[in-house]
Structures are given as C-alpha cells and as structure tokens.
Design a protein around this ligand. Structure first.
Ligand code: NAD
Length: 363
C-alpha cells in the first residue's frame, strides 16, 4: 500500500518523538512492503516563527490532502506573549476544526510492566485499568466566543460554551459504538446540575440509549468522575464527554497509568483521514535533551495504521515491540520507578535509544 502522511513535528520535544515514530513506520514499511510518503507540515510555534501564523492555510490544505496526519506537540513559553488568536495551540484547534475530527479517542490502559509506576495504591491498580475516553473535540467552550472587555475600568473576560443536539448526537453515537466493541458499558460525563449544555447532553444520550439496548448507559457528574478515576478506575469501560471535561479527565486518566508519555490518541471525523498525536504537550522542560518518552507517539502511529489504513497486523507488531522492550527492562526516565532499589532493576534509556530498541523488537 502507498500512503501519504502529513507530519507535524511541532515544538519542544515534538521533533525528537516524531523522529522515533517515523523510524518505526519506515521499518514497518520495509517489513510489510508498504510505501509511506511524508510531507513535513509546519504548525505551532515553529510556524509562527517562520510564517507569522500558527497554521498557514497552505499547511492546512496539505493536511487535508493527506491520508492521515501524525503530530508531535506544539507550544512553549517562547510564544506565551503572543495574542490569543495567534497562539501555537490555536493552530491545533484550527487543524482539528479544519479536518472535522470531532471524536478524540484516548485509551487509559495500564501496561502490566508499568503497574509500579502508577501513583495509585497497588490494591486499586491490581483490579485493572482499561478504559477509553471518547472526547468531543471541535465544540464547546474551546470553540466558543472568547473576549476580554473593559467594563467600568475593570477587565471582564467571557468564554461561551455551546452545543447543538447534532454535535452531541454524533459524538454520543461514537461512544455507544465504542462501548459495543468493548465491555458494553458507557458512562456519560457532564455537569447537568449546573450547565444547560450538560442538561441537553444528558437528554440526547438517553434518547440515543434506546437505539443501543446492548449498552448499559450511566450518568456521572464531572467532579465525581474526577474522583472515581482515582478511587475505582476498574468501574469504567467507555467514558463519553464534552471537549473541556474530556481534556482534563484524560490527562488525569493518563497519570494513573504511569506516565503521560505512554498514551496515544486518535481523532476522527466523517472520513478515514485522522489526526494522531500523543496526549502530552511539548514538555519544554526536557526539550532537546533526548530524554522524552517517544512511546505515546509511536503508539499513535500504530493507531493510525489500525484505524485509518486498515493495517491491524502492522499495528499489532508495533504494540508487541513496545511490550517486548518494556519486558526487557528498558525505561525512559518518566517511567523509571522512583524508589532507587526498584529502579536498579531497570535500564534507563533516552528518546532515540528507546526508538531503536522498539525497531529492533519489531518482528
Ligand atoms: P506537557 O504535557 O508538555 O508536560 C507536563 C509534564 O509531563 C512535564 O513535566 C513534561 O516534562 C512531562 N512530559 C510530557 N510529555 C512527556 C514525554 N513524552 N516524556 C517524558 N515526560 C513528558 O504539559 P505542559 O507543561 O502543561 O505544557 C507545555 C506546553 O505544551 C504548553 O505550551 C502547552 O500549551 C502545550 N500543550 C500542547 C499540547 C499539544 O500539542 N497537543 C497538549 C498539551 C499542552
């Protein structure tokens, strides 16, 4: 197969981690007789520096012309001072909206080899952590009106959140369909005791439930969900929620699995052209030091093969190679146990070495 992949290296650790994912994709291409063509696309802070825009129109067009987009991360303190509409993250929001990828899928699964890296009590971890957060990605407060005005000599900031029934219904269906393929339990998370958007959300979810009688639907307030994720994560199979709640809950969920550096994500809309990225940011504190964990990006590439290119065998091979490297005791610093006695059992490696080890273990 021939596939065109738009590659956004981005800022901070982005270029280092994407490099490892491309090495893995090249090895897969060799082993399985595929050809991957890469188109380097500028987005984020680097695009502001080069083009004065976090996502120039031409770059968006190149993403839309690709079979899928693989991305590292964008942003960093260098661009903290730029106006809101020009921030690096605005480029990412515009890319998601431009691609129409309304459904973000973030697995929270503990790798057995990393159970010790979870900050949770072992008695909670041993019950298992394996759930998916389906997050609405191109609506809600992140895409509402944002303004700061001077009212009677005082600055007043306003951000508006809105959701239509249609927006809720299409993400709700993804939630139900994802649950149908897994444990058939869907938890709809909202704040219906306060927000109108959440009351509409709940109403639509319950209307849809009639069409999916094999899925058990439950409701949970977002504040309770934040507590339940650390108290009893084994209760969850699939969580479906709106944009901002999903953003926050999925970062929380990633931490209980050991490290934010391990978690991939896929974002899909009406077509198979998806956006694949690790869930973490550009980690400016460790950028350029060759210590970042590239596994979240490598697993994002595996998701791209599985969900956009229908290459399940190849995706399985990447995931098995990651598992083999962890079995062999290699760890980047974020997944090393904090206890020195425990840490002595493992070998600390950097970002590029981790990439090489995964390639060596690709069957
Ligand atoms: P972050 O995810 O970049 O970092 C949080 C912590 O996790 C840091 O200590 C970092 O060193 C660590 N970390 C993150 N990824 C890691 C990896 N692969 N390996 C090892 N450690 C890792 O979040 P932040 O510090 O809040 O944000 C930094 C910048 O990234 C900001 O400009 C923010 O806006 C941006 N950001 C971008 C995205 C994106 O591109 N999708 C997402 C979130 C944040």
């Amino acid at each position: 197969m021939q596939k065109n992949i738009a590659v956004i290296r981005g800022d901070g650790i982005g270029p280092e981690i994407v490099e490892q994912a491309l090495k893995v994709l090249n090895k897969v291409a060799d082993a399985y007789s595929h050809t991957f063509h890469y188109d380097d696309v500028d987005m984020g802070g680097c695009a502001i520096d080069k083009w004065g825009d976090p996502l120039p129109e031409e770059m968006l067009k190149r993403c839309l012309a690709s079979d899928s987009v693989l991305m590292g991360s964008v942003g960093g303190p260098k661009w903290d001072g730029v106006p809101g509409h020009m921030r690096p993250e605005k480029g990412l929001l515009r890319l998601r909206a431009g691609m129409g990828v309304y459904s973000n899928n973030r697995p929270a699964k503990i790798w057995p080899q990393l159970a010790g890296a979870s900050p949770l009590n072992p008695s909670i971890v041993e019950k298992g952590i394996d759930f998916i957060i389906v997050r609405e990605l191109i609506g809600g407060v992140y895409f509402g009106k944002h303004e700061t005005e001077d009212k009677d000599g005082q600055l007043v900031a306003t951000d508006t959140m809105s959701y239509s029934e249609a927006e809720i219904e299409r993400i709700g269906r993804i939630g139900f369909e994802t649950a149908q393929k897994r444990g058939k339990k869907l938890c709809s998370v909202e704040k219906s005791n306060v927000l109108d958007c959440s009351r509409l959300w709940k109403k639509v979810m319950h209307r849809l439930a009639d069409e999916y009688p094999d899925v058990e639907l439950s409701d949970m307030l977002v504040d309770n969900c934040a507590m339940q994720i650390v108290k009893n994560p084994a209760q969850f199979d699939v969580i479906v929620t709106e944009n901002m709640f999903g953003d926050i809950l999925s970062d929380e969920a990633s931490m209980i699995t050991g490290s934010i550096g391990m978690i991939p994500s896929s974002s899909l809309g009406a077509t198979t052209c998806g956006l694949y990225e690790p869930i973490h940011g550009s980690a400016p504190d460790i950028a350029g030091m060759d210590v970042a964990n590239p596994i979240g990006t490598i697993l994002s590439a595996a998701m791209m093969l599985r969900f956009s290119f229908d290459m399940a065998r190849e995706a399985d091979a990447i995931e098995a190679a990651v598992s083999a490297v962890l079995d062999a005791g290699y760890r980047t610093s974020d997944i090393m146990p904090a206890d020195p006695a425990q840490a002595a059992k493992y070998q600390k490696v950097g970002c590029s070495r981790m990439g090489e080890l995964i390639i060596q273990n690709l069957a």
